[in-house]
Design a protein around this ligand. Structure first.
Ligand SMILES: Cc1cc2nc3c(=O)[nH]c(=O)nc-3n(C[C@H](O)[C@H](O)[C@H](O)COP(=O)(O)OP(=O)(O)OC[C@H]3O[C@@H](n4cnc5c(N)ncnc54)[C@H](O)[C@@H]3O)c2cc1C
Length: 390
């Protein structure tokens, strides 16, 4: 049995977040973070959050946080998404890399990287995937060879989100080609302006240059930038992957906000005089229930983690659930909108500035990034259900 009633302390915290966000919400929408101008606008928003102590509330105070517990962080995330303020351009850094720096970084690395990450002075991108190594991440071929106190990197990364403008890239590279696949890897933090590093933007389905391919040609990086031990990159990466799939990257607030917008859309369409097909009404209800279910499941998980439990393979269950939920929420909105669903922003009769279309196109990628859902189902089959390996 767990007690999910918010105590007065949590309610007070919720009101404080809510008030600050209402007072500081930008007057209008800002450009997409997957465009050069939107990237910088989002960086300014990160700075405002940081200056007011809301950038990384769960981090220790010495690194710009408020020392919040997991419940407070979930409450903050709910309020954040429900307020409709800009998304987090620093998400890859604060959600994926930071937990790894806290776990594996030296004190010097923590002091050097975390405050600048929290303030948006350094925006980080994730350089893991390669043309022949996505699901099979241990197949990474980008090589790094030690030369004095520098690593010399050669190879290619791909699908690097916002890698075209990020200040730093956290990479996994092969440092021992003789070792067994998972053992010869090292985690290294690479300044994006390093000589020998070339980044080429790749246009996405929505037309925005949100991805970059990264090419390393004798790119030299200080040996101080290795995170964890040389050869320990797989363990470091898997700790980060747990953050990506589980709580950190996709908290329930994001989906609760989308579920509320969906019910609002259904009400507005219903009030328009044509009524709503009862099957669609059921779909809206179902999507809303699933968003609430994800919320309560997450609070359950959080309270177990606060009691000392570990996340483990449960992160894969959460990843499949949130990515399919996001798709369901947006696909339902598209069906509700009917012929108007495909109208792009600015078109006459376009609803909500095409936010549903943009959200739907992005939701399609949810079952792919952070480890595909097929791979997550393999993990669930083997490690949660104990089924035999294929
Ligand atoms: C929006 C988006 C953002 C991304 N951002 C980043 C980023 O910032 N940094 C980064 O490094 N990467 C990023 N990626 C890349 C992402 O991590 C990879 O696309 C993903 O890991 C899958 O790898 P792949 O594309 O090479 O597909 P593949 O691994 O080639 O898989 C192709 C298909 O085969 C299936 N498959 C493969 N192996 C198995 C198996 N053993 N059993 C069952 N099915 C299998 C997969 O599920 C998939 O359906 C991003 C991807 C997307 C879509």
């Amino acid at each position: 049995m767990i007690d999910l009633i918010l105590t007065p302390r949590y309610l007070e915290f919720r009101d404080e977040c809510r008030q600050w966000l209402a007072d500081h919400k930008p007057d209008g929408p800002i450009a997409s973070m997957d465009t050069p101008e939107g990237f910088e606008q989002h960086r300014e928003w990160e700075r405002l959050l940081f200056d007011n102590g809301w950038s990384v509330p769960a981090w220790p105070i010495e690194y710009g946080g408020r020392g919040c517990d997991l419940m407070e962080w979930l409450i903050f995330e709910e309020e954040y998404w429900l307020a409709g303020v800009p998304g987090r351009v620093s998400a890859n850094g604060i959600s994926l890399l930071a937990p790894t720096i806290f776990n594996f970084g030296t004190k010097e690395q923590q002091d050097r990287f975390l405050p600048r990450m929290a303030s948006g002075a350094d925006i980080w991108a994730q350089g893991w995937s390669e043309p022949e190594a996505g699901s099979d991440l241990a197949g990474i071929r980008t090589r790094a060879v030690l030369d004095g106190d520098q690593w010399v990197i050669n190879g290619q990364k791909t699908w690097c989100s916002r890698g075209a403008w990020a200040d730093w890239i956290f990479c996994i590279v092969r440092t021992d080609p003789e070792a067994e696949r998972h053992r010869g890897l090292t985690y290294i933090l690479v300044p994006a302006d390093s000589p020998g590093l070339d980044r080429r933007p790749v246009e996405r389905l929505d037309g925005e240059p949100g991805f970059a391919e990264i090419f390393f040609d004798d790119c030299r990086v200080s040996a101080e930038n290795v995170l964890g031990e040389v050869g320990q990159g797989w363990a470091v990466a898997m700790a980060a992957a747990g953050s990506e799939r589980g709580l950190n990257l996709r908290s329930p607030g994001r989906f609760m906000a989308a579920a509320r917008r969906l019910t609002d859309l259904a009400r507005r369409i219903g009030a328009g005089g044509q009524g709503i097909d009862p099957r669609l009404r059921d779909e809206v209800t179902d999507a809303w229930i699933r968003a609430e279910a994800y919320r309560w499941q997450t609070y359950h998980t959080a309270s177990r983690l606060m009691d000392g439990a570990e996340m483990g393979s449960e992160a894969s269950l959460m990843k499949v659930f949130w990515s399919e939920l996001d798709l369901e929420l947006h696909a339902t909105a598209m069906r509700l909108l009917g012929n108007r669903a495909e109208l792009t922003g600015g078109a006459p009769d376009c609803v909500d500035g095409a936010a549903w279309l943009d959200g739907y196109v992005f939701a399609l990628s949810g079952p792919i990034y952070a480890g595909t859902n097929e791979i997550q189902r393999n993990i669930i089959a083997e490690r949660v259900l104990g089924l035999p390996r294929r």
